[in-house]
Design a protein around this ligand. Structure first.
Ligand code: ZN
Length: 452
């Protein structure tokens, strides 16, 4: 029983002083005023705190924790070309350490569900896909890994070197195995697998269509990068004679089971297509800013009915970006582009919660505080310095967001008092640093020069 707390349920009216009652892994009641009698309940005093749904991260590449701070001033294509050879050296140990740090860091910014898009599987380096899942299980957050892929190396006109791509048949076999081994479709699931060929400039049309067919036969979701930069626009026009969203439409890749990362460079017609088909967008403002990609038309997408969630994107293009901070970044980007009415604090909170849950197909379970939904709840301390702001949602989103006082995932404590409770926080941080050192060493052993 969380009591004396300001509740922002995202759906329904806010409760300035109320309670949230949790039984097992579900929310069973919430309301205004003092908490009702509940014999035997654990009582948590939420005085000075704002309660929100757990934040949902809908785009990430956890392995990139190990390659932060490189190619600091590069465009997306330059950045990719300089990092592909480094990433080619990764193994399961690098992925496990990077994922432990990356997911621990996310939990510390109020994230209770994270996707991951892993699309490089160098041969003979262990089970990279399982390594991320193992880390998520230890940290205790819900995990939506996309089994990514690339089959279009340089020799086939793609961007990545041939050494980091796979053959189509290998990808389809490994992806089907990943879904069969790890995907749990149940309510309250901790792991759901998606299918995620990387991008139009690294995955062939055959891989895209085969991936869509596989995902739909298995009842899992589809994810890829689309319309991130103008270079991609040019690449698609040159190779396919059409822009990215038209190309995706041609490949059968628009629909309510698809969410795209970025969607920065969209035409009015593109926005209409996403809205009409129920295709979602993962907005990653810090990464778009870091790589100078542009500012997505989020407020226009929202107005026209496109579902938008937030993503931190990989740590190599956003470094230590906390998910809560992306609410602020989204708000600032939209206002810088469209004016102060473009995005409110509450709309930004909805992007980070319900918008994310919709992208992952889990709006019935996650994304708002309602009886019957999963008890993924965050308490944000909005007292102390933040108490000068009377509106706690404004204090959270205009931020910077404070470290959460409590993060519950299915009623289980993952963070308390700003510290990870499921694993040693120091160990998770050290695992990330070790993953970085290991990746650099493995890359240098292969003759790759690693510098910024
Ligand atoms: Zn990405």
């Amino acid at each position: 029983m969380i009591e004396n707390v300001h509740v922002a349920p995202v759906t329904g009216p806010e409760i300035p002083s109320g309670y949230i009652r949790i039984e097992g892994d579900r929310i069973v009641a919430l309301g205004a005023g003092p908490a009702p009698a509940a014999p035997g309940a654990t009582r948590i005093d939420g005085s000075g705190c704002l309660a929100t749904p757990g934040l949902v991260n809908t785009h990430h590449h956890l392995y990139q924790w190990a390659s932060q701070g490189l190619a600091q001033d590069a465009t997306l294509f330059q950045w990719l070309v300089s990092l592909y050879p480094v990433w080619a050296a990764m193994d399961a140990e690098v992925v496990k350490g990077a994922a432990a740090a990356g997911l621990g860091w996310l939990a510390l910014s109020g994230c209770t569900t994270s996707s991951d898009h892993h699309y490089l599987f160098p041969k003979g380096r262990g089970d990279l896909f399982a390594a991320g899942i193992e880390a998520a299980r230890e940290i205790g957050v819900r995990f939506h890994p996309a089994r990514g892929s690339m089959d279009m190396g340089e020799s086939k006109g793609g961007l990545p070197p041939d050494v980091v791509v796979e053959e189509l048949d290998e990808v389809m076999t490994a992806t089907a195995e990943a879904v069969d081994a790890h995907h749990d479709p149940s309510f309250s699931s901790m792991v759901r697998v998606a299918v995620g060929p990387c991008s139009p400039f690294s995955a062939s049309a055959e891989l895209m269509t085969a991936s869509a067919a596989l995902a739909r036969s298995k009842g899992v979701r589809l994810h890829t990068h689309i319309a991130e930069t103008l270079d991609e626009d040019e690449h698609c026009l040159e190779r396919f004679g059409m822009r990215p969203v038209d190309y995706m439409e041609k490949l059968g890749w628009l629909g309510p089971d698809v969410w795209f990362a970025h969607t920065v460079h969209l035409s009015d017609a593109d926005i209409g297509k996403l809205a009409a088909t129920g295709t979602g967008s993962a907005h990653c403002p810090s990464s778009n800013g870091r790589l100078g990609a542009g500012i997505a038309r989020v407020s226009e997408m929202m107005r026209r009915g496109v579902n938008v969630g937030l993503g931190v994107d990989g740590s190599a293009s956003s470094e230590l970006t906390p998910l809560a901070g992306e609410m602020r970044q989204a708000l600032l980007f939209q206002r810088a582009r469209y004016g102060p009415g473009a995005l409110t604090a509450r709309q930004a909170l909805e992007l980070a919660t319900l918008g994310g849950a919709r992208n992952l197909g889990r709006a019935d379970e996650l994304g708002s505080l309602e009886p019957g939904k999963l008890a993924d709840v965050v308490l944000w301390p909005v007292g102390s310095f933040a108490a000068a702001v009377a509106d706690p949602v404004c204090a959270l989103v205009f931020g910077p967001a404070p470290p959460p006082a409590l993060v519950l995932v299915g009623g289980r404590t993952v963070v308390a008092g700003g510290e990870l409770k499921t694993v040693s926080q120091d160990a998770a941080g050290s695992a990330g640093a070790a993953a970085h050192r290991r990746l650099v060493r493995l890359a240098e052993e292969r003759g790759v020069q690693v510098d910024s």
